[in-house]
Design a protein around this ligand. Structure first.
Ligand SMILES: NC(=O)c1ccc[n+]([C@@H]2O[C@H](COP(=O)([O-])OP(=O)(O)OC[C@H]3O[C@@H](n4cnc5c(N)ncnc54)[C@H](OP(=O)(O)O)[C@@H]3O)[C@@H](O)[C@H]2O)c1
Length: 217
């Protein structure tokens, strides 16, 4: 997911530094695919970016945030879902929820950073197609207005429709949604490009002109 998002930024003309435990491997992939980006250790990438995309597996996220060095003032776009593969099934199991979320934990581990949760229920394959003609909705949430505004602008530049899902604590609702999307993609035949959500305000939809009695709604 981190590579897909970074590659999309490069396509749009932004300067990108990929942070990895194996920067040489990522540099080789970039060279092979003609992606003009820098690579470095996670700490180098964190120091380089004004905006940091955090796309780590949940189990390693705390360590990766702590290894990143100072994140004070940085905007972190997190797509991290606190999930693990449940044993004996193709499903995802949420490791935390109800009273916190991955995004809130990340904000607690990097208290000077401005965390926005987004793209957590969008497959990397859809990011690879950006900018795309279908205005698919991408939800985001966060507590810092400037950071949220930037996230919305990025979502829009990628060809998606940004939808403000409220404060960071609403990541508690966004993260379980990813587990449902994974279930539909893997087990219900949708595939990574099959879940294309378009959320619209009722006021923006054509008025219903049918004769269905009101009680049916
Ligand atoms: N894949 C998607 O389409 C998608 C979509 C939405 C959200 N997400 C979320 O994005 C996050 C990353 O998902 P992914 O599918 O991109 O996962 P991934 O490719 O398996 O892993 C992402 C990165 O996590 C690091 N990592 C993996 N194992 C590690 C370990 N043992 N110790 C330290 N770092 C380790 C690796 O960085 P290095 O480069 O250092 O090896 C790896 O590139 C997850 O939280 C997932 O829920 C994924």
């Amino acid at each position: 997911m981190g590579y897909a998002l970074g590659r999309a930024f490069v396509r749009l003309g932004d300067r990108v530094c990929f942070g990895s435990r194996e920067p040489a491997r990522v540099a080789e992939t970039c060279r092979a695919e003609g992606i003009a980006a820098m690579t470095g250790a996670p700490r180098d990438a964190a120091a380089f970016g004004d905006v940091i995309v955090l796309a780590t597996v949940w189990q390693e996220t705390a360590a990766r945030v702590h290894a990143a060095g100072s994140l004070d003032g940085k905007i972190i776009l997190s797509c991290v879902n606190p999930t693990s593969q449940s044993e004996g099934s193709d499903g995802e199991r949420l490791e935390i929820g109800h009273s916190t979320s991955a995004a809130e934990q990340i904000a607690a581990w990097a208290p000077g950073a401005r965390v926005v949760e987004t793209f957590n229920a969008t497959y990397a394959e859809a990011i690879d197609m950006a900018p795309q003609p279908l205005r698919e909705t991408v939800l985001y949430c966060g507590d810092d207005r400037e950071a949220c505004g930037l996230a919305a602008a990025i979502i829009e530049r990628f060809g998606f429709d940004p939808l403000d899902a409220g404060p960071l604590r609403n990541a508690r609702y966004l993260e379980p949604l990813s587990a449902l999307v994974v279930h539909l993609v893997r087990n219900a035949g949708y595939g990574p490009l099959g879940i294309r959500q378009q959320w619209r305000r009722s006021a923006d939809l054509p008025r219903w002109r049918g004769e269905v009695p009101r009680a049916n709604f």
